[in-house]
Ligand binder design. Structure first.
Ligand SMILES: [Zn+2]
Ligand SMILES: [Zn+2]
Length: 454
């Protein structure tokens, strides 16, 4: 289909992430140019359902959106803006680089994550990354982009204000209202309230937790919950969490110090993220990491292990501990494993298998459902957070993204409840016209996905 935005139009075309959680790839079109926001990956359905017979040998493919729509008109792609460093937002940049080859705009932490991915993938040239500060404003093609710092579950998450002569759009990226995010500053109402004067024509909004009532929990809440569990444990404590949650890692380092435990990292992803946090100034100098080979020589009650593998991944540190095949540590009945994470939909069986393996070794396991204390906080907005942002910004229209259809509908419903005049609910491949008038063309392009790694 020949889609070419004219000078009076502002178009939105999601290639990924709308109708699913993961693989976010968003295009905005105006005056014959396109701007891409985020370029992430997701896990597709398992290639084989072997897990029914042999748990944990199931194979996921890492997939990305098919970018041929934009690579076929690469001269019209004025740039790629990355909102934050989660894999579902930047995981495909390196592998899909041949198709993009445009300037990349992002903040320092995200740039560092991307550079290291490129280095590991042996990209033979420097990525053209323009590092911007929080609160920057830049002209990129026919768009003016203003970075708006927000709070999420990784440092330097940003919403974006896209301005064109035909209207302003707020692209929220991933966010929640967190007044005490542990890393970085708390959510600032004033940043978003100031957008009311702009008459935002559309707010393209994270819908992940739109069907959850109440407010999201603050990252700070985890300190109390995890601190309580760890201080009451007698043997070793293993905490598994997402490696990119620097705030959670800092919280755990703080608890390690307070409870006289040595903190060790089991998993290269954790070592990489702590190294990035150090390089970008987020890691406090006085929080030491003990080399993991020392763990076996330490008294059990002085050990706090942070391990990857909260989703039951067979090659991760926690799985090796559960199988008793980790070279640095054998767990036993005096030890505790805390899941400071959620089970990502689709991973229920592999997580259950992991917990069964730990139970066979009589290791105590604590998941969020087992305690009233907060041991994990999501990075996405519950319905009360959405209501708050809708009322701060007062957009003319809400475009729910970053969710499965039920999450998108729930986000639209919250918008309706707050008297937002319009909601446009669509899917990947639908063409949303945001200016001069609101409309949606269903299935304007095919939105296939392609495997980029097995
Ligand atoms: Zn995110
Ligand atoms: Zn995301």
């Amino acid at each position: 289909m020949n889609i070419s935005p004219n000078v009076n139009e502002l178009l939105f075309l999601p290639l990924g992430g709308t109708g699913e959680i993961g693989m976010n790839v968003n295009l905005y079109g105006h005056n014959d140019q396109w701007l891409m926001i985020d370029c992430g990956v997701t896990f597709d359905v398992p290639l084989k359902r072997e897990d029914d017979i042999k748990p944990l040998v199931r194979k996921h493919r890492v997939v990305s959106a098919d970018l041929s729509f934009i690579s076929n008109r690469r001269d019209k792609l004025c740039g790629l803006v990355l909102t934050h460093a989660h894999e579902d937002h930047l995981g495909a940049v390196v592998t899909q680089w041949e198709q993009l080859q445009c300037p990349i705009y992002t903040t320092a932490f995200t740039a560092e994550v991307l550079k290291r991915k490129a280095y590991r993938a042996n990209i033979p040239f420097d990525l053209p990354i323009v590092v911007v500060d929080a609160n920057s404003e830049l002209d990129i093609g026919p768009f003016t982009i203003k970075w708006l710092p927000t709070t999420h579950s990784i440092p330097e998450a940003n919403a974006l204000l896209l301005s064109t002569p035909v209207g302003h759009v707020l692209h929220t990226g991933d966010w929640k209202v967190d007044n005490n995010p542990v890393v970085g500053e708390g959510f600032k109402d004033a940043i978003f309230k100031s957008l009311q004067q702009k008459n935002i024509i559309a707010m393209v909004c994270d819908s992940t937790n739109a069907n959850r009532a109440g407010h999201s929990q603050s990252e700070k809440e985890c300190e109390k919950g995890l601190g309580d569990l760890i201080s009451r444990a007698n043997g070793r404590v293993v905490v598994t969490c997402f490696a990119s949650n620097i705030a959670r890692l800092i919280t755990l380092a703080k608890i390690a110090k307070a409870t006289n435990r040595y903190m060790c990292l089991f998993g290269p992803a954790l070592e990489n993220m702590v190294s990035i946090a150090r390089a970008t100034g987020y890691w406090p100098d006085d929080f030491a990491i003990t080399p993991r080979r020392h763990v076996g020589y330490l008294p059990k009650h002085e050990v706090l292990i942070i391990a990857t593998g909260s989703q039951g991944e067979p090659r991760a540190g926690l799985y090796k501990l559960a199988m008793n095949t980790h070279r640095d540590c054998d767990l036993d009945e005096s030890d505790t494993v805390i899941f400071s994470s959620i089970v990502i939909p689709g991973n229920e069986k592999s997580v259950k298998r992991l917990i069964d393996l730990l139970a066979e070794r009589d290791v105590k396991v604590v998941q969020q459902a087992d305690t009233n204390m907060v041991i994990h906080a999501s990075g996405h907005p519950n319905s009360e957070d959405l209501k708050k942002l809708f009322n701060l910004v007062k957009p003319k229209c809400v475009v729910p993204v970053h969710g499965e259809p039920m999450h998108l509908s729930a986000c639209a419903e919250v918008a309706r409840s707050q008297f937002i005049p319009s909601q446009l609910v669509g899917l990947n491949g639908d063409l949303y016209r945001l200016a001069p008038t609101l409309s949606i063309k269903r299935k304007a392009i095919d939105a296939p996905r392609i495997a980029i790694d097995n």
